[in-house]
Each structure stands twice: as C-alpha cells, then as structure tokens.
Design a protein around this ligand. Structure first.
Ligand code: PAF
Length: 284
C-alpha cells in the first residue's frame, strides 16, 4: 500500500493509473477502522478496482467539539488492517492539506429536508461538514466508484444528493455496503472502542430493538406502542435513546405508523454512557 499525505502527490499517482485504464474506488473514512470499513475495501478489490482509502477526521462535521476531541485515532493499527486487506492507496492528509484556507472557506452544500430530520436535526451542521469534506475528496480523487456503509443511512442519502448537486451522479457509481455487526448484533462503529465493558454489554439492545420493530411492523401493532416499548427497554437498561423513528426509506419523510405500502426504514440514535451510537434497518 502506498501512503500519500499530499494532494498533489496523490493526484499525480492517480493520473498515471487512470491513463492505464484502472478504475478508482474510493472509501472515505475517519480511521479507527473495523471490519465494516474493511468490507468496503474488500468489495473494491473483488471488483478488480484500485482501492483508495482516506483517513481524515474532519473537524467541520463535528457539531460537538468534545466529540471531535474524543474521536479515536489508531492510524498505526489502521495501516496494518488496510495492508492485510490489500488496500492499494491510503490518503492521510492534514487539516491544512484539505482546508488550506480554513474550513469556512470550503464550498457548502444545501441538503434541504435531509438536514432537518433525525441526524440532521440532532446534529446541526453535521451534514454541511460531511458535504464539504466529501466534495473536496471527490474532486481530489475523482473516483469511478464510491463505497460507503449503510450503517450511516442518512449520510449515504446526503452523499448521493451531493453527487447529484456536483453533477457526478452519472460518472460515479455509488455502492452502499451492508452494515457489519458483532456477534450480538451491535453495528460495528469506530465509536464502539470508547464503550466500557459494561456499556459494551448493553449496547446490543439497540439492535434488539430494531429486530423487535421489524417483527412487529408486520403484526399490525401500532408503531407508537412499539416505539414506547423500545424506549422503555433502552432506558431500563441504562441506554438513553435520542430518537426511535420510522421513515420512508427513499425520502426519510417520518411516518407516524407502519405502512406496508411504502418501503420503510427504522432509525435509532442512542447514548450508551457518553458514546452516541446510531443504527437502522430496512423494514420491508
Ligand atoms: O462516515 C464517515 O466516516 C465520515 O462521515 C466521512 C464520510 C468519511 C466524511 O468525513
């Protein structure tokens, strides 16, 4: 694996690859890699595509400064994992390399409704920050395929919308890969590293709630009751839910109740200690 820290060096290397007709696959990350990220690298490699992974903890997307400061950084371990997964290129830029004139100077995109619900509502400015960095990374790397994990369901929608606004939807194939889970169902996340043993032991309740909502969605029970049951279960176990919602899977328009006629997604955000976790499941 070749590691680049400079935009100019990465770009000259990628240009030579493009001349030899290699397809470029891009896997944007903030590091603290786990098997979910590695599955995205593996997907690119299976497809015979040059895998370019970026590790950049983007200050612009943290609405909470403390969250940014506590975000895990494990670059040496990440490099070992990426090497083992046969990742071709790691882009490891500094903040100055990405935002030479400061993050406020970077172009900001408007994601409309998507910025007002669920993650958008609870983390003001978060998707603006994601939009800024992903736009810059796409301009630098100019990938043919973009690989992202569906644990961040709303983020995938935001990035698809970004590609549309940038006029890249036709040029870039967007690959959403399934959420990787631990044996007890907990969605793999870089933030899981910050859970204490006791917090880790209860965190899978979020997944159990998703399963229970999926089962009950088809049984005719009202969503209000299921939502209340899940909220009570999480609270009883010491987890603080921020939202438990069902939405139209293609628009994220919140739904008041199960509607078998529409494709639905259930979305949960919850605090386990001081770690905020999100997860989701398509219901039908
Ligand atoms: O999902 C993430 O790790 C980040 O939001 C991303 C897409 C790398 C942008 O910083």
């Amino acid at each position: 694996m070749i590691v680049f820290k400079r935009v100019s060096e990465l770009q000259s290397y990628l240009q030579t690859q493009q001349k030899s007709d290699s397809k470029i696959g891009f896997i944007p990350t903030m590091g603290a890699l786990h098997n979910g990220h590695i599955s995205l690298i593996s997907k690119a490699k299976e497809e015979g595509i040059l895998a370019v992974c970026s590790i950049f903890v983007n200050p612009a997307q943290f609405n909470d400064k403390k969250d940014f400061e506590k975000y895990p950084s494990t670059v040496a371990e990440d490099i070992v994992l990426l090497d083992a997964a046969k990742c071709d290129i790691l882009f490891l830029p500094s903040v100055h390399e990405i935002y030479p004139k400061g993050e406020d100077d970077a172009k900001s995109y408007d994601f409309g409704f998507l910025e007002t619900v669920y993650e958008g509502a609870k983390r003001p400015g978060h998707f603006k920050g994601v939009g800024k960095v992903v736009a810059l990374l796409l301009q630098i790397i100019q990938p043919d395929v973009l690989y992202m994990g569906s644990k961040d369901y709303q983020q995938c929608m935001v990035v698809k919308n970004l590609c549309l606004q940038m006029g890249l939807s036709e040029r870039i194939r967007f690959e959403t890969c399934p959420t990787k889970r631990e044996a007890d169902g907990l969605a793999m996340s870089s933030r899981n590293r910050r859970l204490s043993d006791s917090e880790r032991s209860i965190a899978a309740i979020i997944y159990q709630c998703l399963i229970s909502i999926q089962n009950k969605a088809t049984s005719g029970m009202s969503f209000r009751i299921v939502e209340k049951e899940c909220t009570e279960l999480m609270c009883a176990k010491g987890i603080k839910p921020e939202y438990v919602g069902i939405a139209h899977a293609d628009s994220l328009e919140p739904l008041a109740d199960f509607d078998p006629a529409v494709k639905m997604v259930v979305l949960i955000a919850a605090w386990v200690g001081d770690v905020r976790l999100i997860d989701n499941m398509i219901l039908n």
